[in-house]
Write a protein that binds this ligand. Structure first.
Ligand code: AMP
Ligand code: GLY
Length: 440
């Protein structure tokens, strides 16, 4: 089966590997020359992933009938709608369905309208004056978010990044003055707990769960620093997380299913991977965000463990026939992203990076190339995350140790890694935090 894969990051490399394992003939479109994706592609096109005309021409030229879109930016411009017009089925949502991610107020309003569990108090604003009135009167701590897309970097939390009324208003004004996200501001109640990601495959109606993952959004060790797209993530061998119960996971899956049902009722059925990010609170899981795609880095954890045929899953998502179970290996994974020095504030980019793939695979790990560019025989870093290294093991601890061994095979003079991700100490801190909240 021919499959077109759109996107050039670590998440897309993991998806392309999974397609390749399924025996699919991969065609790819990406803006950076990602050597991992290129090595698995029959043909590839380097262009802006939002350039729907070029992508459609490439699909037509190569007689493609099935496509998968990795990142949110092409979804937001309606690449799926354009591909479907020329007869390409897509394992990704249309522009209307992608609003579940591209508009945070669409998501909150939908969850509210259908009385779905897990919502937080929220209010959306199209001007700073009204937002100021709300901030003056609100009784709980808040989180300030641009309504539109910001690559995971636009959220500021009261008590963490914002410490006074002035801090909050300065950031709200900054969002309006600079048009960050392009669609106003949403102020949400701050949820307290531990975060987890529940992703599912979806065909418009049916969902099939993936293992739970915990991402680490903060740039620096000890969960300090600005929010990023995600510095690394882990999964456990039982597909739960050490601080999440079976019942709590069920509650999260019910929320996701209810959202999928609501979207069908709204006339914009959702197909593709759906990403649910939750805060596990003492009152159960609360929705932090819903994304219209795999998470990145989370995709690298779960796709490494995918036992079922990914090309077949894509076909089934695209055609409303996701009726079989989806299986994953019962192993743990720890993913750590090698990022450019300064990532999260101001990245030092364009530096040479070297990756010894065989060395990495020799220590129970996998490597995924991300925002790197192959130029004149050299591999150069971009401004975003460079290389994802995924350690595999029978426990999180073993996977973490394998990941650390593998990281020695990535070399760059200007890189950063959060070495604490997946360590016994940090995982225990999460477990203790949840225990403390539950007993309070
Ligand atoms: P997002 O880009 O929406 O995933 O937000 C980035 C990070 O901000 C999340 O991973 C959370 O750590 C934090 N965050 C976002 N929304 C909330 C909320 N309502 N309550 C507490 N923390 C939040
Ligand atoms: N890892 C968070 C995201 O993909 O949005």
């Amino acid at each position: 089966m021919k499959v077109l894969a759109i996107g050039g990051g670590g998440r897309e490399h993991a998806a392309v590997e999974a397609l390749f394992r399924s025996g699919a003939e991969v065609y790819s479109v990406m803006k950076n020359a990602n050597p991992g994706i290129i090595s698995r592609s029959k043909k590839y096109l380097l262009c802006d992933e939002k350039d729907t005309a070029k992508v459609c021409a490439f699909a037509k030229e190569n007689d493609i009938k099935l496509a998968f879109v990795g990142p949110e930016a092409p979804l937001e411009v309606g690449i799926v709608d354009e591909l479907e017009k020329i007869g390409v089925k897509c394992a990704s949502p249309t522009k209307a369905a992608a609003r579940i991610e591209t508009s945070k107020s669409f998501m909150r309003d939908l969850v509210n309208k259908y009385k779905i569990d897990g919502n937080l108090a929220y209010a959306s604003f199209d001007n700073a004056k009204d937002a100021e009135e709300y901030v003056k009167n609100v009784k709980h701590e808040i989180v300030v978010k641009p309504v539109g897309l910001t690559g995971g970097k636009g959220v500021k939390v009261q008590g963490e990044h914002l410490h006074s009324f002035e801090d909050i208003m300065d950031y709200i004004n900054e969002i309006f003055d600079n048009g960050i996200g392009g669609a106003g501001v949403i102020l949400e109640e701050r949820a307290i707990g531990e975060e987890f990601t529940q992703m599912v495959f979806c065909d418009g109606k049916n969902i099939r769960p993936m293992p739970l993952v915990q991402d680490h959004k903060r740039a620096y060790e000890g969960d300090k620093g600005p929010n990023t797209g995600g510095m690394g993530s882990y999964t456990d061998s039982n597909h739960l997380l050490p601080f999440v119960t079976v019942e709590e996971r069920k509650a999260a899956l019910k929320i996701v299913q209810d959202i999928v049902d609501a979207m069908a009722k709204e006339g914009c059925p959702y197909k593709g991977p759906m990403y649910g990010q939750f805060m596990l609170t003492v009152n159960g899981p609360k929705i932090i965000e819903i994304n219209a795609r795999f998470g990145d880095p989370e995709a690298m954890n779960v796709l490494t463990l995918l036992k079922s045929d990914f090309a077949d899953i894509c076909y089934r998502m695209a055609t409303g026939t996701l009726t079989e179970d989806v299986e994953f290996y019962d192993q743990a994974t720890v993913c750590k992203y090698v990022v450019p020095e300064g990532y999260g504030v101001k990245s030092v980019s364009g530096k040479e990076i070297s990756v010894d793939v065989e060395g990495i695979e020799g220590c129970g790990s996998k490597v995924y190339f991300a925002n790197v560019d192959q130029k004149d025989g050299k591999l150069l870093t971009g401004t975003s995350r460079s290389i994802g290294v995924v350690g595999i093991g029978s426990t999180i601890d073993e996977a973490e140790k394998n990941c650390e061994k593998a990281l020695k095979f990535v070399k760059c003079d200007h890189m950063a890694v959060r070495h604490d991700i997946g360590t016994k100490a940090l995982v225990q801190k999460r477990v203790d935090h949840m225990k403390e909240l539950r007993s309070a």
